[in-house]
Design a protein around this ligand. Sequence first.
Ligand SMILES: Nc1ncnc2c1ncn2[C@@H]1O[C@H](COP(=O)(O)OP(=O)(O)OP(=O)(O)O)[C@@H](O)[C@H]1O
Ligand SMILES: [Mg+2]
Length: 159
Amino acid sequence: MKEQVENEMKVEFLSKSANEAFARITIAAFASQLDPTIEELADIKTAVSEAVTNCIIHGYENRIGIVKMEASLKENEILIEISDHGKGIENIEMAKEPLYTTKPNLERSGMGFTIMESFMDSVNVESVVGLGTKITMRKEIKKPEEEKESDSFQFITNE
Ligand SMILES: Nc1ncnc2c1ncn2[C@@H]1O[C@H](COP(=O)(O)OP(=O)(O)OP(=O)(O)O)[C@@H](O)[C@H]1O
Ligand SMILES: [Mg+2]
């Protein structure tokens, strides 16, 4: 019962840079249902923005393709999947390394995956060269009641 999905959504959009803002706003509106703090919301928006930018810039490079964003809310957690049908990543481990970029000439700093990993609780990358890339990220959103409870009843221990 606890694993029940409470809500889910899916959007697809063209790999145009204007849609990075669309994706940020959309995920923020959806995630708001879990009552995140401003900081949690900013973290989610930033991580989504990095993943979507990667689909646009690396996945599809100079062509226009479809970027898909799916998200689901489960208890106090948001699960987000962002995928493209672009060129794929040859070496995922290397791509995830801080400062690794295949486009150093385009003001890229190679920090996208590092940012996603630091702002989300988990980040998983699946990619097949020539087929595309899917990023799956999770973040726990603390429920307001839990925060309140732990603040007011700190002296109660159950252990
Ligand atoms: N969706 C994708 N499709 C193909 N390659 C990707 C994709 N996402 C990431 N990569 C590869 O992984 C590398 C590292 O990605 P990362 O986001 O960490 O850095 P970056 O995009 O190069 O720079 P920054 O995000 O700091 O602007 C990229 O340079 C690219 O080679
Ligand atoms: Mg990037």
